[in-house]
Design a protein around this ligand. Structure first.
Ligand SMILES: N[C@@H](CCC(=O)N[C@@H](CS)C(=O)NCC(=O)O)C(=O)O
Length: 230
């Protein structure tokens, strides 16, 4: 059984979607990141970066002790290797998936995250920061659009962990003021991925009503509490 330390956010959804796609049994352990659960010692023992999601596999592939893991890129590769699915074994196809997964981890996720922060959540609206991340987010959407136009299918050819990593972040497009009409290949891919029943099941895990942040929640989420914890 796998424990999934989780909150319903784009990074959390990557792993709930993957586990649903695989049909692997898992146990959800909610981590309330608004309330600061990510700074609790028992969570930090699993995820020293104080971010969700993280997993503990109680039946790891080497038959050894339970294996804890954080960082969604690593978790997706681990689960793909464990199941033999969504990551090809052929050298070129495998590294094509891995390069797009890394592109999501180092580019699409962090840049959309920063754009969302400065455009939607920051108490002070800083035009330079908003523009900088908006430009970068637009550039990354254009790169993804071109790639999907090239494959005519999924991000790296067949449906893979690259799609599972990218999709939840593209779900933020409307809130962040982007329209997929500007990116027709993403629009086609987005509808296709979104319609997958297992994607729907992954997104439904721990769904909650969205409420504005309180001051304390802001401190937990946007750095003040993290600084205090050092
Ligand atoms: N690179 C990390 C990013 C994880 C991440 O940023 N998680 C967010 C939720 S989407 C989080 O835990 N935020 C809590 C906080 O900011 O304190 C990964 O891919 O696992």
């Amino acid at each position: 059984m796998i424990d999934l330390h989780y909150a319903p956010t784009p990074n959390g959804w990557k792993i709930s979607i993957m586990l649903e796609e695989l049909g692997m049994p898992y146990n959800v352990i909610p981590v309330n990141i608004r309330n600061g659960d990510q700074f609790k010692p028992e969570f930090l023992a699993i995820s020293p970066n104080n971010r969700i999601p993280a997993i503990v596999d109680h039946a790891p592939m080497d038959g050894g002790e339970p294996l804890a893991m954080f960082e969604t890129g690593a978790i997706l590769i681990y689960l793909a290797e464990k199941s033999g699915r969504f990551l090809p074994t052929d050298l070129r196809a495998r590294f094509n998936v891995i390069q797009w997964l890394m592109w999501q981890m180092g580019g699409l996720g962090p840049m959309l995250g920063q754009h969302g922060h400065f455009a939607l959540y920051a108490p002070e609206k800083i035009p330079y920061a908003i523009q900088r991340y908006r430009d970068e987010a637009s550039r990354l959407y254009a790169v993804l659009n071109k790639q999907l136009g090239k494959t005519g299918a999924y991000v790296a050819g067949e449906y893979s962990i690259a799609d599972i990593a990218c999709f939840p972040w593209t779900m933020t497009h409307k809130a962040q003021g982007f329209t997929l009409d500007d990116f027709p290949h993403i629009k086609r891919w987005y509808a296709d991925v979104r319609a997958r029943p297992k994607v729907q099941a992954g997104l439904a895990v721990g769904k909650f009503e969205k409420k504005p942040f309180t001051e304390e929640e802001r401190a937990n989420m946007f750095g003040k509490a993290a600084q205090a914890a050092q």
